[in-house]
Design a protein around this ligand. Structure first.
Ligand code: NAD
Length: 263
């Protein structure tokens, strides 16, 4: 994707905005999460790559500059309270509380409303929405408990959480919830110096988008003013901005990264 690479900014011209930070990235084994890990590492952060799939998280680790000297992998299921609790405790013991957390772990289990099993609705809500809640809560508790004076949490919503989508009642509800969760968390955590923002992507070229039937994707592309899918690195660069002090007066915001879709 030449156009995408050109749009993602020249790293050589950037400061190391995230040096001395420890960032925890869920869903770090694939797609947007992996791109976030790579971008953060390039900007000087130590990265904790978290995923339910250990081998993909290890693959991300190997792709990072300074590999396992600075960065680490933790396996966790964000939908499980005990798993998230153990994750954040282990990271703290291994190093310190992460002052940046990015919630990229997410799933789809698509189906039409009239045919969807309650389990498919519940599972998507558990991973995408409750998982985001659990990580925000655990990281915020750890940061506040350690006396840290600043933190930045970034959550992944979706543009379909704003406009709805056929076959995705569960996913769209979860992503609308993520935006509301972000705003409420921002209100509660501001007094502790912790900012909380959401990124609302359109259609990004990852494994998740590859599951969308080609016919549907073609129709979507006709609606995108920029006429192409987004690249994961283009979401990661916004994430780096929201994680850094360059966004020090931004909290409770939702930033659309959609190529203009549904603006
Ligand atoms: P992806 O499928 O490539 O990556 C998701 C990652 O999350 C995988 O590595 C997976 O193993 C991990 N994961 C799934 N369940 C987990 C769990 N319970 N605990 C821990 N890790 C778990 O998807 P992606 O496209 O990179 O999506 C990343 C985020 O961005 C998701 O929240 C997704 O909803 C959101 N998003 C994606 C798009 C898109 O077009 N790709 C658009 C809007 C929003």
């Amino acid at each position: 994707m030449a156009a995408a690479a050109a749009g993602s900014g020249s790293l050589s011209s950037l400061r190391l905005r995230l040096s001395s930070r420890l960032a925890l990235v869920t869903g770090g084994g694939s797609g947007i999460g992996r791109a976030v890990c790579q971008r953060f590492a390039e900007e000087g952060s130590a990265v904790v790559v978290v995923d339910v799939d250990e081998s993909s998280a290890e693959e991300t680790l190997r792709s990072l500059p300074h590999g396992d000297q600075r960065h680490s992998v933790f396996v966790a299921d964000v939908s499980c309270p005990q798993s998230v609790h153990s994750l954040v405790s282990a990271v703290q013991q291994f190093s310190r509380p992460p002052c940046v957390a990015v919630n990229c772990a997410g799933i789809t289990m698509d189906g039409l409303l009239l045919k969807m099993e309650a389990e498919a609705f519940e599972r998507v809500l558990k991973v995408n929405l409750m998982g985001t809640f659990l990580v925000i809560q655990a990281v915020a508790r750890a940061l506040i408990g350690s006396g840290a004076k600043r933190g930045s949490i970034v959550n992944l919503g979706s543009i379909v959480g704003k406009v709805g989508n056929v076959g995705q009642t569960n996913y769209t509800a979860s992503k609308a919830g993520v935006v509301a969760l972000t705003k409420s968390s921002a209100k509660e955590l501001a007094r502790f110096g912790i900012r909380c923002n959401a990124i609302v992507p359109g259609f990004i070229d990852t494994r998740m988008a590859a599951k969308v039937p080609p016919k549907v994707l073609d129709k979507v592309l006709q609606l995108v003013p920029m006429g192409r899918l987004g690249d994961a690195s283009e979401v990661a660069s916004v994430c780096a901005f929201l994680a850094s002090d360059d966004s020090s007066y931004i909290t409770g915001a939702s930033v659309e990264v959609t190529g203009g879709l549904f603006m």
